[in-house]
Design a protein around this ligand. Structure first.
Ligand code: N2P
Length: 359
């Protein structure tokens, strides 16, 4: 009897660490997209250990979800990618009974988000961003003249203008869907067009500015704008504000939403269909939906969030910054990227490789 109890106890001792190991949530989020203490606070409150990985472009997450068994419990795709991932059965429907904090979200924003996530059934909008231009005020003025109109996509897409900035450094996101959508918009074409003629024109436009582009990368520009290595970046709103915050002595970085209109994006918290820990994933999402938790993230990474109840905790200078919470007239001119068909996505990837490598 005593012996069998000892054996049972022994089994328990061995079983405990294995059980503890299961109390995890595997989160895959964009780099620079959470506050410094969000994860530690969640772990302290719930006892759930967070394994946290980062990426800086939608295509990477998309490929992992398509391949299956990513091991992730939370991913944060932008709406245009999410839309296709839902259709492909790659995202688990939410169990809203486990998300009481959903009441904190702005109903208008939820209605907009439903265009990409029908009935808000599969995902929760996390942050809202625009894609615009980050620039070094002194260097751009020195290159273009103090009274140059710094308000347009011409800064990047007009070959003669961008050529004047080439020597102080120009960076572009390594994101085919987003950059080509913006290029189409600049040409006066539908940013969501899948016509091959339109894509050919956008490719031509990219090739015309390519000699002035120092590199394509989706996060390196944050440091490089701040330390003066580059003077112009096609980048995400909050990332440019982070660069501005971290900028070295005497370096002034501004964010521009060009007058022709910028792309607006929602990034969503979503649970992969094959997530190993869906309960913990729901707890993580519900935690992020706490007004003070998400306000702290907005205050740290400078992206607007859709949580109405969080607004009272968002810093005044963040809330009133039109680059972070864009006013109505800017939103009116903004455009939203839609999901591409898998065939077009493939064509886009090939086109993008050609633009980047010249082959
Ligand atoms: C965070 C970039 C997130 C915005 N660094 C991308 N949609």
């Amino acid at each position: 009897m005593i012996k069998s109890m000892m054996v049972a106890l022994g089994a328990l001792v061995i079983a405990t660490p294995a059980l503890a190991q299961q109390n995890v949530v595997n989160v895959y989020n964009w780099s620079d997209y959470i506050a410094e203490d969000t994860i530690a606070n969640f772990e302290a409150e719930t006892g759930i250990k967070v394994n946290y990985d980062v990426y800086d472009n939608n295509e990477i997450v998309d490929a992992k979800l398509l391949a299956g068994n990513s091991g992730y419990d939370i991913v944060v795709p932008s709406g245009n990618f999410l839309e296709r991932q839902i259709r492909a059965g790659l995202i688990m429907p939410l169990d809203k009974s486990k998300l009481p904090n959903l009441v904190n979200l702005d109903p208008d924003i939820m209605a907009t988000a439903a265009a990409q996530d029908p009935e808000n059934a599969h995902a929760v909008p996390y942050m809202i961003n625009t894609i615009g231009l980050g620039y070094n005020v002194q260097k751009v003025e020195a290159a273009l003249g103090a009274d140059a109109p710094i308000d347009s996509w011409d800064l990047l897409f007009d070959p003669e203008t961008v050529a004047k900035l080439a020597s102080c450094g120009v960076a572009v996101l390594d994101s085919p869907s987003e950059v080509m959508g913006i290029a189409l918009h600049y040409l006066g074409l539908d940013p969501n067009s899948e016509a091959t003629d339109d894509l050919a024109r956008a490719e031509e436009l990219m090739n015309s500015i390519k000699p002035s582009i120092r590199y394509f990368h989706s996060s390196q520009y944050i440091d490089d704008l701040g330390n003066g290595e580059i003077c112009l970046a096609l980048g995400y709103s909050g990332d440019v504000f982070i660069a501005s915050d971290n900028a070295g002595e005497g370096i002034e970085i501004e964010y521009l939403i060009p007058k022709e209109g910028a792309a607006t994006l929602f990034d969503f918290l979503a649970i992969p269909a094959d997530a190993p820990n869906p309960d913990n994933a729901h707890r993580f999402i519900n935690y992020i939906l706490e007004p003070q938790v998400v306000a702290a993230i907005t205050n740290y990474v400078y992206y607007a969030n859709p949580n109405t109840a969080s607004l009272e905790f968002v810093d005044e200078e963040v809330k009133s910054n039109p680059g972070i919470y864009p006013p109505e007239e800017v939103l009116d001119k903004a455009f939203v990227m839609q999901a591409h068909t898998p065939d077009y996505e493939e064509l886009l990837t090939r086109t993008w490789t050609r633009i980047k490598t010249g082959r």
